[in-house]
Ligand binder design. Sequence first.
Ligand code: ADP
Ligand code: ADP
Length: 232
Amino acid sequence: PVVARAIHLHKQYGEGESEVVALDDIDVEFRRGQMTAIMGPSGSGKSTLMHCMAGLDTPTSGQVFVEGREVSAMGQKQLTNLRRNEIGFIFQSFNLVPTLSAEENILLPLQIAHKPIDRDWFDRIVHVVGLGNRLGHRPSQLSGGQQQRVACARAMMQRPSVIFADEPTGNLDSRSSKEVLEFLRRSVRDYGQSIVMVTHDPRAASFADRVLVLADGSITLDMDHPDYEEIL
Ligand code: ADP
Ligand code: ADP
């Protein structure tokens, strides 16, 4: 079962002399309940691929589907709807609202979308993510790892079809990274969560079921249960 796919996905910036091909005719499928790591050097197209998949960026040509619906053909209203219902985001810089508590941050997307709050689900996610008695704390009162775990819980709250994570451990020390990755892993194992994660961190990639490597806008390696010796 496929949760998201790209068909002949092409993205270029600029024209003529200044033309940059960020994605060169990419075909890829992301499967349900799978955690995929996207690796590759800086400038290889990782962010562009993820942004096109998530409807944050528009491809020059080609198609993107999430849950069988064509993202690349959606208008603004449908995209907003898609992001509220089908897609969760985790960013390198956490992107929490500084004036709100951890709990308020976790619930904010549901409130903005006027969606009901499933308290059982909230309790389960908060328990798994290990925030304990810190739910009333503001982001500035939390460590980086704790802030990222709040962001993970926020992404899980709406039960998205797929979570896109952009360098989720990029600002974290190795212990906090491990906690965040273990949570993501558990969300795959226990809830069948689908995750697509851009990372430079080989340890982060080692948590994934599958690794894609990009170079110059093309997929140069696509391995299930990869042998990291071979990649690194
Ligand atoms: P990453 O650390 O994920 O590789 P970058 O630093 O390459 O991110 O890019 C950060 C943001 O800047 C992205 O949203 C990307 O679209 C944008 N960006 C990257 N390169 C350029 C560029 N040459 N001109 C304008 N924007 C760019
Ligand atoms: P990565 O995430 O692997 O670092 P990006 O997807 O950010 O790569 O960028 C791929 C290529 O597209 C790079 O050459 C980058 O400079 C270029 N690029 C990305 N965003 C923009 C933009 N907004 N304007 C111009 N060029 C961009």
